[in-house]
Design a protein around this ligand. Structure first.
Ligand SMILES: Cc1cc2nc3c(=O)[nH]c(=O)nc-3n(C[C@H](O)[C@H](O)[C@H](O)COP(=O)(O)OP(=O)(O)OC[C@H]3O[C@@H](n4cnc5c(N)ncnc54)[C@H](O)[C@@H]3O)c2cc1C
Length: 386
């Protein structure tokens, strides 16, 4: 691992810092107009999808420059680079790797511009961890595929214009991994029925999606027929590597620290409580370990080695940390932690209670801890198969 920046990288960091000095106001001064203008400026600089190839609209930047850009932005709490989360995290990379020229031109610029949202139709009622057992049926009929079946837990399906969908095109394949195909599906196609699911914090951010004779043109297939598993594996590695980022956690621990500084219980400021201080220090140490682990992945990437199972390590740590930080915040708050949004008087509008109830998103979404542990033990430690 070499932490020294080259001259060019140092110059790029100064460019980003200069841009932030000139264009980023304090958080409370960020109006909707500022955000519109900000999105335009960072897109013009090609900082959205900065490491994607220039010919599809990316910045053609190196992986190291991408890291510098994200680090500087995170340290200054700048708005995110782009607004199409799934598009930027894994749909775009999958299209760049497996898409036809027409697909790249059609979808990638819109992802970079954040014109609309993508959702991910992988999980089914009986196929989550064992995703390759999926059954959603797809048959060829002329120039179309016809899809029948169901997906579940599809995040933001109700607000998405497009879905990256996994279907089974070969019902009789010898291996369950064969016979899976990946399709890019407009959500307004006839026969798609989206039914939101309420989660335990009261929000509706995912849905069941039903397919009843949904016709998808063959030109919307991503990769070859029967090769959907290969497309998915690379997309999931992108998901885990993006989930692994520590910037959000650093922000979160800062918020917990502020909460502790501003909360007085039994006459004591909670940030002076030795137990709370120890827990905060433990969390910060873990976050630093995650950051260094991230540097190891980065070193591999810089050497041109493919990212594989290693990303599961930080996925696992992040899940553990987010649950721990939620519990810590509730302990700091004491009995007022039980008040949800809308109750009087909540602390921070009930945001901490809501955060704590949202743990399934980071713990289960993208693969459960048990599955991450299986991946690490089998593929990295060489232990016997599950
Ligand atoms: C907030 C949220 C958002 C999501 N968003 C999406 C989305 O946008 N698109 C999408 O397709 N899916 C999404 N999911 C679904 C998610 O990927 C699945 O829930 C997850 O993969 C687990 O699958 P499952 O729910 O079927 O649980 P199961 O696979 O049935 O697992 C149940 C339990 O058994 C354990 N288990 C299963 N197999 C093994 C094994 N081999 N060894 C040891 N333990 C095992 C699991 O760890 C878990 O504890 C989302 C989930 C959540 C919670």
């Amino acid at each position: 691992m070499d932490f020294q920046l080259s001259e060019e990288e140092e110059a790029f960091r100064n460019e980003v810092r200069g841009f932030l000095d000139d264009n980023l106001p304090e958080s409370h001064e960020r109006t909707p107009d500022f955000l519109t203008n900000w999105s335009k400026q960072i897109r013009e600089r090609r900082w959205v999808g900065f490491s994607w190839p220039k010919d599809v609209g990316g910045g053609g930047g190196s992986i190291m420059e991408q890291v510098i850009l994200k680090d500087e932005m995170a340290q200054r709490k700048a708005p995110s680079l782009g607004s199409c989360f799934m598009g930027l995290a894994w749909v775009g990379p999958a299209i760049i790797q497996y898409g036809t020229e027409a697909q790249k031109q059609k979808y990638v610029p819109d992802i970079l511009d954040g014109k609309y949202q993508w959702c991910t139709g992988y999980s089914e009622p009986d196929s989550g961890s064992d995703l390759a057992s999926l059954k959603c049926k797809c048959e060829r009929d002329g120039d179309d595929y016809v899809v029948n079946g169901q997906k579940i837990w599809t995040s933001i399906a109700m607000w998405s214009k497009m879905m990256i969908l996994l279907v089974r095109t070969d019902q009789a394949s010898e291996s369950k991994h064969d016979g899976i195909t990946c399709l890019l599906v407009p959500m307004d196609t006839k026969g798609i029925d989206v039914r939101p699911i309420k989660n335990m914090s009261g929000g509706e951010m995912f849905a069941e999606v039903f397919f009843d004779n949904v016709r998808v043109p063959v030109e919307n297939r991503l990769g070859e027929e029967g090769e959907g598993w290969k497309v998915t594996i690379s997309a999931l590695a992108s998901e885990r590597s993006s989930i692994a980022e520590v910037h959000g956690l650093i922000r979160k621990i800062d918020e917990v620290k502020n909460l502790a500084r501003g909360t007085i219980r039994a006459g004591r400021v909670m940030s002076e409580d030795p137990g709370i201080r120890r827990r905060i220090a433990q969390a910060e140490t873990k976050i630093e370990a995650m950051r260094l682990n991230g540097m190891r992945f980065l070193t591999k990437q810089l050497k041109g080695e493919p990212l594989g199972s290693e990303t599961s390590i930080n996925k696992l740590h992040r899940a553990d940390l987010e649950v721990g930080l939620g519990e810590l915040a509730l302990e700091i708050l004491g009995s007022s932690a039980t008040l949800m949004e809308g109750s009087e008087p909540t602390v921070d509008g009930g945001a901490w209670a809501k955060y704590s109830l949202n743990w399934p998103e980071v713990v289960i979404g993208g693969g459960t801890p048990n599955i991450q542990k299986n991946i690490i033990s089998e593929r990295m430690l060489g232990l016997p198969k599950d």
